[in-house]
Design a protein around this ligand. Structure first.
Ligand code: PMP
Length: 353
């Protein structure tokens, strides 16, 4: 085809690409922090029933799920905004808060969507390096806040390092952040936290008007494919998040599945404990093999292998395990079943070092 190409934004060239974990036939996937278990049967029944509604749009206001989440967390429904995965809400936060050139501060390395949503939303992405221990450097993050900062993401526990900040550190940090700057506590992995020193962001959000919490149904609730997440935020912000959402972004099937999952939290949480056990086993066995493994409060571990990250992932794949390499930095490995973890540990043990 000949002609003048359509004019894209000049700054899109700087947009990083989100690299999703690969699915390789015949290999175990430990690359996307999903639980190694399918949705619960009761959830699949709810999905079937919702799918029967067929050619009807979903409830645009996500009324029932919003009410259920509000009841579950003991907050006003006006404080809840449900989205098409919490990653969509990350984008909505930038749209709701940032004018062109405003700044979004976050740790690096952290969730790879943060720079994408910041830049796509015409904001500037301000990356603050993790400490040498692979933890958020909250002092440096507070130092990075300027007049132009509208939003700070704190991923707790952090993806991909698994590390978490404790309540004292977080409170000291929050006290340094101006009241008109929003702190987003991204708690996608909250259900895997076992250290009581790691705060529940919802308690902080109940106290402070500039704190918002993101949660997802993609991890503990095993609905990664159905795309549901939510924010608990001050009412004006929750309304703004709903306001900038793509209409009907949360499908009827996703709404029904999330509601059904909320009916079975005990069972889901018991399985999360299984993932936590596997993470502990991976951590201690990898350390005894000589790997550095930061303490994880999530359902994955981080291997800071630097320049050898890609090579390690290739070796794992040759041994039928897909892990997630961040080139030049490290490798993230999600907890699978005990058998899957055995397969991975054997691969880690045979990696030439
Ligand atoms: N936040 C973090 C820290 C994540 O790791 C993820 C998923 N990888 C998300 C948000 C997005 O989750 P979802 O969009 O599936 O709800």
């Amino acid at each position: 085809m000949v002609g003048v190409p359509v004019r894209l934004r000049d700054d899109l060239a700087a947009l990083p690409t989100y690299v999703a974990g690969r699915t390789v036939p015949g290999a175990v996937k430990l690359a996307s922090n999903e639980m190694p278990l399918p949705p619960l049967p009761a959830v699949l029944d709810a999905v079937d029933r919702a799918a029967q509604a067929g050619n009807r749009y979903p409830d645009i206001a996500v009324t029932t799920l919003t009410a259920r989440l509000a009841e579950h967390h003991g907050v006003d429904p006006a404080r809840i905004a449900v989205g098409c995965g919490s990653v969509a809400l990350c984008g909505q936060l930038v749209q709701a808060l940032c004018a062109p050139g405003d700044e979004v501060v976050f740790a690096w390395r952290s969730f790879e969507a943060y720079p994408i949503v910041a830049l796509a939303g015409h904001a500037r992405a301000v990356r603050v390096p993790l400490t040498p221990g692979h933890v958020h450097d909250l002092d440096a993050m507070a130092d990075a806040v300027t007049e132009r900062t509208r939003l700070v993401f704190v991923c707790n526990p952090n993806n991909p390092t698994g590390t978490a900040v404790d309540e004292d550190a977080l409170r000291t940090f929050l006290a340094r952040i101006p009241d008109d700057v929003l702190v987003v506590l991204d708690e996608a992995y909250r259900e895997f936290v076992s250290d009581p020193a790691v705060p529940d962001g919802l308690a902080l959000a109940a106290e402070l008007d500039n704190v918002c919490v993101l949660r997802t149904f993609s991890k503990a609730h095993r609905l990664a494919g159905l795309r549901v997440g939510y924010a608990v935020a001050p009412p004006e912000l929750a309304a703004a998040l709903r306001g900038v959402a793509v209409p009907f972004a949360v499908s009827a099937v996703a709404q029904a599945a999330a509601l059904a999952a909320l009916d079975h939290l005990d069972e889901l949480h018991a399985d999360c404990a299984g993932a936590v056990t596997e993470v502990a086993r991976m951590t201690s066995e990898l350390r005894s093999l000589g790997y550095e493994v930061p303490p994880s409060q999530s359902n994955f571990v981080w291997l800071p292998l630097g320049e050898r990250a890609a090579e390690f992932a290739e070796h794992a794949l040759e041994n039928k395990v897909v892990v997630r390499a961040f080139a030049g930095d490290g490798v993230r490995v999600s907890a699978g079943t005990a058998e899957e973890v055995d397969l991975f540990l054997a691969a880690a043990g045979s990696f030439p070092r």
